[in-house]
Write a protein that binds this ligand. Structure first.
Ligand code: PGA
Length: 235
């Protein structure tokens, strides 16, 4: 099974979330996307839109060819419940329809100065709340990141290889480099899956899905019709 994870980052208002679901479902009907598919779709919306997105997806439960979509968060707190104003503890997501948490995305590193240890703590918090972490790594710092994450946690994670320069640039990493880094990640991490992320679009998704366990998609997931075509090409 391949993962296709949409990372909406800091985009979309509440009405735009509902509109996205309507357009995606309509496009899925028109493209005849299969319900039982080899591709597991997941969306990571902005945290306040989780319930709204879940409800909007649930209204299509009777649609004949409705692709099944899971939900992810884009981050969790490295701390448990407590006095950490503004942080969302992984435990507060218990009972919500959240299967995955992206942690250590390079934008979190760049703009929020996250450290390897904080990322490892986020992995710990997510796992203890029953959420699968999607740990983002760049080839420059794979070894440091692996070293910070305890051995017994590594195999429970999904790892996404994302080179900083490839994100949002339209310039995806060459497939031979991606293949080599994926191999390195499998050796060092033994994770449940290894994904590639960075300028994945409808023209290259099939290639990246072939050499990995799936992809993390930012820009090309924001437009519902474009995303439906991505799903079609990933089959
Ligand atoms: P992009 O983002 O698809 O816009 O390059 C990928 C990501 O940051 O996960």
């Amino acid at each position: 099974m391949k993962h296709l994870i949409a990372n909406w980052k800091s985009h979309k208002t509440a009405p735009q979330v509902t509109q996205w679901v309507e357009s995606f479902m309509q496009e899925a009907r028109e493209l005849l996307l299969p319900v039982e598919s080899e591709v597991q779709l997941t969306i990571a919306p902005a945290m306040p839109h989780l319930s709204l997105l879940h409800s909007a997806l649930a209204t299509h439960v009777d649609q004949a060819n409705k692709p099944h979509i899971q939900l992810a968060v884009q981050d969790v707190s490295p701390y448990p419940f407590g006095s950490y104003t503004g942080a969302v503890a992984a435990d507060s997501l218990k009972g919500m329809p959240v299967q995955y948490a992206i942690v250590g995305h390079s934008e979190r590193r760049e703009y929020f100065h996250e450290t390897y240890q904080e990322i490892a703590n986020k992995v710990d918090q997510a796992l203890s709340a029953g959420i699968i972490p999607i740990v983002c790594v760049d080839d420059e710092y794979i070894s440091e990141q692996v070293a910070a994450i305890p051995d017994e946690h590594r195999k429970k994670c999904i790892v996404a290889f994302e080179e900083r320069n490839a994100i949002g640039s339209g310039d995806a990493v060459d497939t031979d480099v991606v293949e080599a880094v994926i191999e390195q990640i499998r050796e060092q991490f033994s994770p449940r899956a290894v994904l590639y992320g960075g300028s994945v679009d409808a023209s290259n998704i099939a290639t990246y899905c072939e050499i990995s366990d799936g992809v993390l998609v930012g820009s090309a997931s924001l437009d519902a019709k474009q995303f439906a075509r991505l799903v079609q090409r990933a089959q």
